[in-house]
Design a protein. Structure first.
Ligand SMILES: Nc1ncnc2c1ncn2[C@@H]1O[C@H](COP(=O)(O)OP(=O)(O)OP(=O)(O)O)[C@@H](O)[C@H]1O
Ligand SMILES: [Mg+2]
Length: 512
């Protein structure tokens, strides 16, 4: 890893130190980037926005040296590169937080932050200096407002917390450019605020930042300049007052667009799922009481680490409860596994698409049909035509951008992968469905569609539990909002009382 003193003397602030010219990148059936040019100067915060599949991650992978462009030029400090490799990128002082997490589950936080660069003790064996390691990592975690420490095993962290570890890793490298590819997509409000402070801090030190996000208000808050991508092309560059929500949306989508929240539930039925004094591993001594009714969308809000995901895992049979009981339509149930939950038509759409939601080496069609295979099986053969008919329908409904449904999930953009995960569960016939961060990384165009599909489910009498850290979404979509704080439900708000202020008060343990 380069240290600051190894780096060439920085250009004057108005001279770009990185220049991309006429970059083109194609994949079979897809032009991911076309004739793209940009410049990066010291200390500027550049936003990149665009719909799912617009080419944002591709661009960053090229800057990271992970992907080679078909055409175009990359210059660093005026020096042109024939092939810009990972090594070149590191030498240029580029640090990268990928959209998908790349952590080692079996190591702790500090080891992940400093992997391959651990401080060593003097002496013959050159042992890793764990004390120094932890002392170096703790301040980075503090800067991000993390509630876990350097010695916590990564396997115990939630997705959002893992994302913080990735960010800490990027901050630990003395860099000239930090690229953040959707770093906040799973970070709730408070933690997002911290990250925006960190970005401002980097800027003040003369470090450039490229910030990719679908949360446009963060872009407005953080960025000096915004590049808008559509179908692989740079459609416009915005500066100053031009950086506003509506302008970005119009340029991204090609028309004016507002997120449409479905109307409230028409009728709320009986209790479908009831958590009765349930205790989970997150907070073993706290009891959770929650009723989820047929025909409602119940939002579940709370800060990172408040125990929402753990509750979902218990309800879905992935983990067993430490105590209490769970009732489905009044009968006590004991799911020993997710398969048993699925059998009872209780589904969980997980937040982590890579871990639990998606098989990257299968096609879109196979992924959509997987949990529901029996429907497609005729005479013990999977009916490929029925399978692809359903997948085509899902592709249209959710606007999954792909050359066809027979391409592998691995090649899809992050947001389009998330849409496949949703499609797979929406194609089924649930009684109870739990969505964990359903629109993480999903662009504004597809959000309304997902909300509409959720409301269609609840109108059919399905009980919907929606875990979300997106405040607007929680308020816009939910019929009621339950808020968790440190492992228990701190309050339940009716739709009319579900304001941002009330939710935040409950989330930090106050009353409303
Ligand atoms: N390895 C690959 N093989 C084939 N196609 C790919 C590959 N990587 C990306 N693509 C395609 O390139 C296009 C751009 O994808 P990219 O990941 O850059 O989008 P994105 O703007 O980051 O979207 P998102 O907001 O969903 O993350 C998409 O159509 C995607 O399917
Ligand atoms: Mg992406």
């Amino acid at each position: 890893m380069p240290v600051l003193s190894d780096l060439p003397v920085r250009d004057p602030a108005d001279e770009p130190f990185i220049r991309l010219s006429n970059i083109r990148k194609t994949y079979p059936g897809v032009v991911a980037l076309s004739d793209f040019s940009m410049e990066v100067r010291a200390g500027e915060v550049i936003g990149i926005v665009g719909e799912n599949g617009a080419g944002k991650s591709t661009l960053m992978k090229i800057l990271g040296g992970v992907t080679q462009p078909d055409q175009g030029l990359i210059e660093v400090d005026g020096l042109a590169h024939d092939a810009f490799t990972v090594e070149d990128s590191m030498k240029a002082g580029i640090a990268f937080v990928h959209q998908e997490l790349n952590l080692f589950d079996n190591l702790d936080v500090a080891a992940n932050v400093f992997i391959g660069r651990e401080p060593r003790k003097n002496g013959f064996l050159k042992l890793i200096d764990s004390k120094k390691l932890n002392e170096t990592v703790q301040p980075l975690l503090d800067r991000l407002g993390a509630t876990f420490g350097p010695t916590t095993p990564v396997s115990r962290l939630s997705l959002a917390q893992q994302q913080m570890v990735e960010i800490a890793k990027a901050l630990s490298i003395r860099s000239r450019l930090v690229i953040l590819d959707e770093p906040t997509s799973s970070l709730p409000l408070a933690e997002t605020g911290k990250l925006l402070e960190v970005i401002a801090g980097l800027k003040a030190q003369g470090i450039a930042v490229i910030f990719i996000s679908h949360r446009l208000h963060e872009i407005v808050e953080a960025c000096d300049r915004v590049l808008v991508l559509r179908d692989g092309c740079l459609v416009d560059t915005l500066e100053g007052n031009e950086i506003n929500h509506d302008t970005m949306v119009r340029l991204m989508v090609g028309r004016d667009l507002k997120v449409v929240y479905a109307s409230p539930a028409t009728a709320r039925g009986d209790v479908a799922l009831r958590a009765n004094r349930v205790r989970t591993t997150a907070y073993p001594h706290q009891e959770i009481e929650l009723d989820l009714h047929k025909g409602e969308i119940l939002g579940l809000a709370g800060l990172v680490g408040s125990g929402r995901t753990e509750l979902a895992r218990v309800l879905f049979g992935i983990d067993s409860a430490l105590g209490g009981s769970i009732l489905l339509n009044g009968d006590e149930i004991h799911f020993a596994s997710a398969a048993e939950a699925i059998e009872a038509k209780v589904f969980l759409v997980p937040e982590d698409r890579k871990g639990a939601g998606l098989l990257l080496d299968l096609t879109i069609a196979e992924n959509v049909s997987l949990p529901n295979l029996r429907v497609y099986v005729r005479n013990l053969l999977v009916s490929r035509s029925r399978e692809s008919a359903q997948a085509e329908k899902s592709r249209d409904n959710l606007d999954i951008r792909a050359p066809g449904v027979s391409i592998r999930a691995r090649t899809l953009s992050g947001g389009n992968q998330q849409k496949v995960v949703l499609a797979k569960w929406l194609a089924m016939d649930p009684q109870v469905i739990i969505f964990d961060e359903p629109t993480r990384g999903i662009d504004i165009g597809a959000k309304s569609e997902i909300y509409k599909l959720m409301r269609e489910l609840s109108d059919r009498g399905v009980a919907v539990l929606m875990i979300s850290s997106d405040m607007e979404e929680v308020i816009g979509v939910s019929d009621r909002v339950a808020v968790m704080h440190e492992g228990r439900i701190s309050g339940i708000l009716a739709r009319s009382a579900a304001s941002e202020e009330n939710i935040l008060r409950l989330a930090v343990g106050k009353t409303v």
